[in-house]
Design a binder for this molecule. Structure first.
Ligand SMILES: [Zn+2]
Ligand SMILES: [Zn+2]
Length: 341
């Protein structure tokens, strides 16, 4: 198969190249998917420099079942060759408390896909766990790559426990921020506000359900007495302080941005407001299924969330473009897309 692998860099991945590798074979309880599309995520941009060369990245993908492993744990029999499937980028032990409560990402023996442990979705084929897979009902498998980022946004919003009438601020209108806005706009928040420096992303935020947008510099004009809930979706140093600054007394801050740099903030700022902080990642199995069902209903799709679909050989260019300030929404890499030039 063709797969995108990380190439050696200064202290980790320096770039990406397409290589020919053996086709994967499913083990017990596993499926092989022919990848229809794989989304590139902000967390990919932050983790790539720390991954060993030769890693197949990609954790937001969907595709068609082309291989079904032996029926371990009574799950693979639910899948047939040709089924469209989205899979969580993690395989759990299926026996521990985390797995049994659907919080597979917190399984002590969880094996992640696309982060240097198991190969990810930036390839023609990927091996996934059948127990971590969901059938896509009436969804184009390319759109199925959006299940994962939508589930991330749903999990962040769920952990925020927004109450009716809460004033909510989303910091950052990248894919996670946009997904959070989608779920907020379908919930009980009043007029969610979104802040982002990019005009294109602010326009996307309005499309996804923000009723008001502003630049980070303008935020103070919108804060008033503060927001009851602030969802941080940027993941850069300084954002935790910005979130605590914007939250109201007794408010909640949810940190969904993946920041791999050291950050600092003044604890007293949260102490005097008695701020509740939640650091979040991933989603539960049921949130992943809810995100797939949302796509099935046509409530959201690639027309609002995706700004480009590129071929495997474009991965290096896409990572570089997304690492600089840009107006992109979600960029998908689709192995079937031929690269021009
Ligand atoms: Zn992601
Ligand atoms: Zn487990």
């Amino acid at each position: 198969m063709r797969a995108v692998v990380t190439t050696p860099g200064e202290f980790g991945a320096g770039g990406f190249a397409v290589e020919h590798l053996p086709d994967p074979v499913p083990g017990p309880g596993e499926l092989v998917l022919r990848v229809a599309a794989n989304g590139i995520c902000g967390s990919d941009l932050s983790t790539a420099p720390f991954l060993p060369a030769g890693t197949i990245m990609g954790h937001e993908f969907a595709g068609e079942v082309v291989g079904v492993g032996a029926d371990d744990a009574d799950v693979t029999h639910s899948f047939r060759i040709g089924d469209p499937v989205a899979a969580m980028p993690v395989i759990g032990c299926h026996r521990c408390r985390a797995c049994l409560t659907g919080d597979v990402a917190r399984c002590p023996s969880a094996r992640t896909l696309g982060l240097g442990v198991l190969p990810g979705g930036l390839a023609e084929f990927v091996v996934v766990g059948a127990a971590e897979s969901v059938l896509l009902d009436g969804i184009d498998p390319v759109d199925g790559a959006l299940v994962e980022p939508l589930a991330v946004g749903l999990h962040a919003v769920t952990r925020a426990a927004v109450r009716p009438g809460d004033r909510v601020l989303v910091l950052g209108a990248g894919p996670v921020g946009l997904a959070a806005l989608h779920w907020l706009s379908r919930g009980v928040a009043i007029d969610p506000v979104c802040s982002d420096p990019s005009p294109g992303r602010r326009a996307a935020a309005l499309d996804l359900g923000a009723t008001s947008v502003c630049t980070p510099d303008d935020l103070h004009g919108h804060v008033g007495g503060g927001f009851d809930v602030v969802v941080e979706c940027v993941g850069k140093p300084g954002m935790i302080a910005a979130a605590i600054d914007a939250v109201a007394t007794h408010g909640t801050v949810v940190i969904a941005g993946v920041c791999l740099d050291t950050d600092s903030f003044m604890p007293v700022a949260g102490v005097v407001k008695e701020t509740t902080m939640h650091f979040v990642s991933y989603y539960t199995t049921s949130e992943f299924r809810t995100a797939a069902a949302e796509l099935s209903k046509g409530a959201i799709g690639s027309s609002t969330l995706v700004s480009e679909i590129a071929g495997l050989a474009e991965t290096d260019r896409v990572f570089r473009e997304l690492s600089a300030p840009n107006d992109h929404r979600k960029v998908l890499i689709a192995p079937a897309v031929a690269t021009v030039g």
